[in-house]
Design a protein around this ligand. Structure first.
Ligand SMILES: C[S@@+](CC[C@H](N)C(=O)[O-])C[C@H]1O[C@@H](n2cnc3c(N)ncnc32)[C@H](O)[C@@H]1O
Length: 249
């Protein structure tokens, strides 16, 4: 099934800042192995492999990279808190690129990928992840956690959500909320070593999808995107290879 961006007739689409969504999604037929709005335990690459080309309006991807530990060699991996973090299944750069490629294939034209990363990947090699995909960077958000973490020089208080769009790149008719600040402060309750902010993700979902649209997260961790979908009345399809069952900190 090939989705084409569809302009709805008779809708005011003038102005660069129009908040009318004109992009429509095709009807999606999922294989029986995939159930919507539930926490699936499976490899995210297997889940993505079951999706047709050009069918998904928005996806989130928060890779499990060793990032800060590899780059900084803090040597504190054995503290109880970090031990849990390091024990989560890790993704190699090659695996992360495969996820990006599969998401790029499954997104509808002009669909969005919200890609979470730390400052090391942001400033160095994250572009390798999207080489050879139809995705390009259109924006970026800084999440201020309101709480200091580690750091030899400065202390980490932020994470980054790089916003990528599948060709053709455009905001008009696709992105409907224009007042999301690009620095977002949200304190969260930790239930997983890598929870992401539900309210921010809900805003991004609201901005880039319509009611009942499908949002995908193939490495869902605490399933924060599932919660965001629930709040916004969107359908969620997502999985994690491991079920995390401990309090993070
Ligand atoms: C950074 S966490 C995601 C956190 C999530 N965004 C949240 O808000 O809680 C990455 C997750 O990827 C999972 N993971 C690692 N390899 C995977 C794979 N091949 N398929 C699916 N999940 C995987 C890990 O178990 C971990 O829970």
């Amino acid at each position: 099934m090939v989705a084409k961006p569809v302009m709805k007739p008779n809708e005011p689409t003038t102005g660069v800042f129009s908040s009318v969504r004109t992009l429509e999604c095709p009807k999606i037929k999922l294989p029986t192995a995939l159930t919507l709005n539930t926490r699936i335990k499976m490899d995210g690459l297997d889940l993505l492999g079951m999706l047709d080309d050009n069918t998904i309006p928005a996806a989130f991807f928060d890779p499990q990279f060793r990032g800060v530990y590899d780059k900084m060699k803090y040597g504190n991996e054995h503290t109880s808190r970090n031990h849990v973090r390091v024990k989560l299944p890790q993704m190699s750069e090659e695996v992360i690129s495969k996820f990006a490629k599969e998401i790029g294939r499954a997104l509808i034209p002009s669909g969005h990928l919200f890609l979470w990363m730390d400052k090391f990947h942001l400033c160095t090699d994250f572009r390798n992840w999207i080489n050879g995909t139809p995705l390009s960077v259109v924006d970026m958000l800084t999440w201020d956690k309101g709480k200091m973490g580690l750091g030899y020089r400065t202390r980490h208080q932020t994470e980054f959500c790089v916003i990528l769009q599948k060709e053709p790149r455009r905001a008009k008719g696709v992105w409907t909320i224009r007042n999301i600040p690009d620095v977002w402060r949200e304190k969260i309750k930790k239930t997983h070593p890598h929870n992401k902010p539900v309210q921010l993700q809900a805003k991004l979902i609201e901005a880039t999808t319509a009611e009942n649209d499908l949002v995908v997260d193939p490495a869902a961790g605490s399933f924060s995107v599932f919660e965001a979908c629930r709040q916004m009345g969107r359908n969620f399809l997502g999985c994690d290879i491991a079920v995390y069952d401990g309090a993070a900190e």
